[in-house]
Design a protein around this ligand. Structure first.
Ligand code: SF4
Length: 477
């Protein structure tokens, strides 16, 4: 360890530092003010880990350095032993330190004649600009440790791969992109940046940085809430996408505290008159396809919820959750067709998501394509209706159902749901069930939680629709 590097950099600290020096400093000195990773971030992390481990299959005979991150010296010693063994074709999680930067390399491939290939695994489906500095800092460390590293590759998921019957074809699931030229072009600046970052880490307080769009690109910063705590609601609104007229409406609602309702709402609601159905799907999108005929990250519906509002105001609920461990597509499609076949009234949804899912299902199940196209043809999207005709300060610039429903229907929410309270958590639980990772004793409670959550989403549609009809008739707010 060099004298200037009391605080070591890592791959992730280096990329955080490239995004923002304040993020680098806070990450080291004030991790307590970082936001807890939400379910979505956690799911991305777990997906990345799963893909990283799966990529080991590309290098048969490779050896894992399984010392944990906090035992870096032991991991380095093990790495040195494996480097010296010419019979080891690849090393997974090899450990190195140079110039105050400590890394674990996803895959180090022995190329022969003392040379090695640097391989970084990403769960993404394409190369991104942010991947280049990630590889460059690793090559900087490897070279500093005396390794000859003529090639650098990004190993990522190929979304065109279609799983066949039997085991996964790993060589086709992953795509290997040669990044050597881009990495070498960046390498010259790494040493200076590393020195600058050590300078930042040695500061007595966090450097001032103005929060802005850079805080979300290339990665969402975990210190956003901390850095923007003193900013006004109006300032936060400026980051939401909207045209001038719409933004002015939002700001006005924020300043006055009064919702805005378009005079045309009643006319626009005409086609949404009961009787209507309300539909919501919950889905999985596994990076590594679970079922023959599916691709990486293919969105597969596993459950649905339907509410039906009759003309007399009575409400009926139906639901479906596919059995674990089987391809859910056929059973789900057939149950939905059966539930909706007795009438032809509109089916209200939120966003184009259900359209896309039904379209993909029809493509996958040609024998049900006509019936699914019929269901699809009945969908009516409430999202643009709200976007065009209502703004409530409680939306805070978001038209997601999770923002709109509690604002338009006070008292409604998801707060009482525990095991599954949002779509990301639902997807994670559904995936565990589908993979058979859930203990038998735990499964019934999780299935109940999933049904409760999906049912709450269609109830949200019911409540929003009711609030809109109240507003159009002069009631409400
Ligand atoms: S929120 Fe923005 S300004 Fe604050 S540390 Fe993160 S990237 Fe930097």
């Amino acid at each position: 360890m060099s004298k200037t590097s009391q605080v070591l950099l890592s791959k992730s600290r280096y990329t955080a530092g490239l995004q923002c020096p304040r993020r680098l400093w806070l990450g080291r000195h004030r991790p307590d003010v970082a936001a807890e990773p939400d379910a979505a971030r956690q799911a991305i992390f777990e997906m990345g880990h799963e893909v990283g481990v799966a990529a080991h299959a590309l290098f048969p005979g490779g050896v894992l350095v399984d010392e944990p991150y906090y035992r870096h010296a032991a991991a380095e010693a093990r790495t040195r032993a494996l480097l010296a063994d010419p019979d080891v074709p690849a090393i997974f999680e090899a450990a190195f330190t140079h110039a105050g930067v400590r890394i674990r390399v996803d895959l180090l491939e022995r190329l022969g004649e003392g040379r090695f290939g640097l391989r970084e695994v990403k769960a993404s489906t394409a190369v991104k600009p942010a991947h280049v500095p990630d590889l460059a800092v690793q090559k900087f460390v490897l070279r500093g440790c005396g390794l000859e590293v003529p090639s650098a590759e990004l190993v990522h998921v190929d979304k065109t791969y279609v799983r066949e019957e039997g085991p996964i074809d790993w060589a086709r699931l992953f795509r290997r992109e040669d990044m050597s030229r881009d990495v070498d072009a960046t390498l010259a600046g790494v040493e200076r940046r590393v020195a600058e970052m050590h300078g930042v880490l040695a500061l007595g307080q966090a450097p001032d940085e103005e929060p802005g769009r850079r805080c979300h690109e290339p990665y969402g910063c975990e210190f956003w809430d901390h850095c923007t705590a003193d900013r006004s609601a109006e300032w936060h609104l400026s980051f939401k996408r909207a045209d001038g007229e719409r933004r002015a409406r939002w700001v006005d609602a924020l300043r006055t505290g009064r919702p805005w309702v378009s005079p045309d709402l009643g006319r626009a609601l005409g086609v949404f008159e009961p009787p209507v159905w309300y539909l919501d799907f919950e889905t999985i999108a596994p990076a590594i396809p679970l079922f023959p005929g599916t691709r990486p990250y293919q969105v597969i519906p596993v459950q649905w919820s339907l509410h039906r509002l009759a003309r007399d105001g009575s409400l009926e609920h139906r639901e479906y959750l596919a059995p674990a461990g089987t391809d859910p597509r056929f059973g789900l499609a057939q149950s939905l067709i059966d539930a909706l076949r007795d009438d032809d009234v509109p089916i209200l949804v939120w966003s184009r998501y259900e359209h896309r899912i039904l379209g993909a299902l029809a493509g996958d199940l040609p024998e049900r394509a006509i019936a699914l196209a019929d269901v699809r043809g009945r969908l009516l999207d409430m999202h643009p209706l709200v976007r065009e005709h209502v703004y409530h300060p409680g939306f805070a610039g978001s038209f997601s159902l999770k923002s709109v429903a509690p604002a338009l229907a006070p008292g409604f929410g998801y707060g009482d749901l525990e095991a599954v309270a949002d779509g990301t958590a639902a997807a994670a639980v559904l995936l565990r069930l589908q993979r058979g990772e859930v203990e038998e004793a735990e499964a019934p409670a999780l299935r109940r939680a999933l049904l409760a959550y999906c049912g709450r989403d269609t109830e949200a549609l019911v409540r929003v629709h009711g609030a809109l009809r109240d507003l159009a008739s002069g009631r409400g707010f």
